[in-house]
Write a protein that binds this ligand. Structure first.
Ligand code: FE2
Length: 136
C-alpha cells in the first residue's frame, strides 16, 4: 500500500518537510520495484538512493538543529545513527533475496518495516522540533 503524505506530518521547516516528503516517495518507489517483477532489476539502485538520501537528509536536519541550539541535538543525532543501522539491516534483508521474487507477504512486511522506520522517528522525534522551528 502506498504511503501517503499528510499535512499533520509537517514540522514547519521547509527544508526538512521537503526532505521527508521525498523520503516517503522513495520508500514508495522501493516498494513498487519490489512488487513489480519487470522492475525488479531497479531495486538495488532505488535502495541505494534511499540510503544516500537518508544520510544527506540527516546531515541537513542535524545542521538545522545545531543552528537553532536545539536542546535534544545529541539524543536526536543518536537516533539517526540507529536509523542508519536499521536501514542497513532492511537493505541486507532485501539484498539477501538476490534475483528471487518477493511474495506478497514479504512485500507487505518489508513495506511495514520502512513505514515504521520513517514515521516512528518523524512523529516521535522530529515533531519535537516543531515548537522550536515555528515558535508555537
Ligand atoms: Fe530526525
Amino acid at each position: 500500500m502506498t504511503l501517503m503524505w499528510r499535512k499533520q506530518l509537517e514540522i514547519g521547516d521547509e527544508t526538512i518537510d521537503v526532505d521527508h516528503k521525498y523520503l516517503v516517495c522513495m520508500i514508495n518507489t522501493v516498494e513498487l520495484t519490489m512488487r513489480t517483477p519487470e522492475h525488479r532489476d531497479l531495486l538495488p539502485a532505488t535502495l541505494e538512493q534511499l540510503v544516500e538520501y537518508t544520510h544527506a537528509h540527516f546531515k541537513r536536519e542535524e545542521s538545522i538543529m545545531l543552528l537553532m541550539n536545539y536542546p535534544r541535538y545529541y539524543q536526536h543525532k543518536q537516533q539517526h545513527q540507529l536509523l542508519i543501522q536499521e536501514l542497513g539491516d532492511i537493505q541486507q534483508k532485501i539484498q539477501a533475496k538476490g534475483e528471487e521474487e518477493f511474495s506478497d507477504e514479504e512485500c507487505a512486511s518489508l513495506a511495514q518495516l520502512f513505514r515504521h522506520w520513517l514515521l516512528d522517528h518523524l512523529v516521535k522525534e522530529d515533531m519535537q522540533m516543531k515548537p522550536y522551528l515555528t515558535g508555537k
